[in-house]
Design a protein around this ligand. Structure first.
Ligand code: NAD
Ligand code: MG
Length: 387
């Protein structure tokens, strides 16, 4: 099987690398990363990749040097990422973080590859376009988000029309019990520590604000086609149940597992088979208890904003994601507070409501990228007023 990994040096990328390293039937086509050249070069040598790409032009020389004598091709920059996605592969992992992951995944579908989609931003910003592109090229998208992989697995052999509701779980993050006043003072270090999952910095902070779950609500709608009112979020601090699917006969099928993304990645890698995976097995007696609570929309407005976006449709997902990315940048840079992120996203969407392009149906990648840029500019301007 020919495999490429986009975002190979990240948290999902390293877990993918771990699984690929255990197989002897893999031919690695392309691996891409950012500034962590040492890891990218190590992975490329270890998997005998054809091509290694850094997203940044100024890292080209370093990567070239690190791979000299290996016979591995080296490239840099955004266009090189696209060219890498156009190289024929059977299975492509999309694990770049942010809207930057959209274009490479889109190109991978055009050459008919199975797209293992960790980059949820692709579905949030351009869901209908991505699903259409997959259908057009007879390519498959397999979800690599723990909740969506869980729903996908619970749906095996079932009629979509028999589904009444879908429940995705959220750990609640490090600020689950915090008051509104406390949330306003939350620091970057506090937001960057997740109680149950080890992930990249950006998704970890998004988990603390529930923006990650907001993206996942939209992701669920776009991938499976359920109505927004069929999709629920429940806080489940142990992160053992990843999602549940409720059927019209009252049955509720839950997917349980240790919080280890190698399960969802491995499921997508082996699909439709189930192969042995190196993940911890649950000892239910040791877990002792699983608990649940309703999310608090007052303290965590992200879920409400996601529902507004699902009603607006069109390009509002692209605007939502882009303004969320700017809000996150501003929080990481120390310019705005933790609770200001949701305020900034809401003000950006409200401002863009006067732009008819916000709700126009998505036609092409270009219109998505245009709205992404407009939202970034708008959010940056509003952030300056807030700071
Ligand atoms: P990460 O920050 O650990 O890694 C991101 C990867 O993308 C790195 O290889 C980095 O070099 C690369 N990258 C960053 N910015 C880039 C850019 N502008 N252009 C090209 N490459 C760039 O992120 P992660 O936690 O592995 O998450 C990756 C994606 O998977 C995200 O969309 C995230 O929401 C999703 N996801 C992650 C997890 C998890 O457990 N980490 C779970 C579910 C979904
Ligand atoms: Mg998830």
């Amino acid at each position: 099987m020919r495999v490429s990994v986009f975002g190979a040096t990240g948290s999902i990328g390293e877990s993918t690398f771990d699984l690929l390293s255990r197989r002897d039937d893999i031919k690695t086509v392309a691996l891409t990363g950012g500034r962590n050249i040492e890891r990218l070069a190590h992975q490329a040598r270890s998997l005998s990749a054809q091509l290694a790409v850094t997203a940044y032009d100024d890292c080209y020389q370093e990567l070239k040097q690190a791979l000299s004598g290996s016979g591995i091709e080296v490239a840099a920059g955004t266009n090189a990422l696209i060219a890498a996605a156009e190289r024929p592969a059977d299975w492509v992992m999309s694990a770049i973080v942010g809207a930057a992951g959209l274009a490479p995944g889109f190109r991978a579908l055009a050459q008919g590859a199975t797209l293992a989609l960790a980059n949820k931003e692709s579905l949030v910003t351009a869901g209908p376009l991505l699903m259409r592109e997959a259908a057009r090229h007879n390519a498959r998208i397999l979800p690599v988000d723990s909740e969506h992989s869980a729903v996908f697995q619970a749906l095996t052999g079932e009629e979509i029309s028999a589904v009444e509701r879908v429940i995705i779980t959220a750990s609640g993050g490090p600020f689950r019990g915090w008051s509104k006043e406390q949330l306003a003072t939350a620091t970057l270090a506090q937001a960057g520590t997740h109680p149950t999952w080890a992930m990249g910095q950006r998704i970890t902070i998004d988990s603390a604000s529930l923006f990650n779950k907001a993206l996942e609500l939209i992701e669920t709608r776009e991938y499976f086609g359920f109505n927004p009112d069929q999709i629920e979020v429940i806080i489940h601090p142990q992160s053992i149940i990843h999602a549940l699917v409720g059927f019209r006969d009252g049955a509720l099928m839950a997917h349980l597992g240790a919080p280890d993304m190698r399960h969802a990645i491995g499921y997508a890698l082996n699909w439709p088979d189930r192969a042995a995976l190196p993940v911890a097995r649950l000892e239910l007696a040791q877990l002792a208890q699983l608990s649940f609570e309703a999310p608090d929309a007052e303290r965590f407005p992200a879920l409400r904003l996601a529902r507004e976006v699902m009603d607006l449709r069109g390009h509002s997902g692209a605007a939502f994601n882009a303004s969320k990315e700017i809000a996150l940048d501003q929080f990481i840079a120390g310019h705005i507070g933790f609770a200001d992120m949701a305020v900034l996203v809401e003000r950006t969407i409200d401002t863009l409501l006067s732009d008819s392009a916000l709700t126009d149906a998505i036609e092409a990648l270009e219109t998505v990228e245009a709205m992404d840029q407009i939202a970034r500019n708008t959010a940056t301007r509003i952030a300056k007023q807030m700071a």
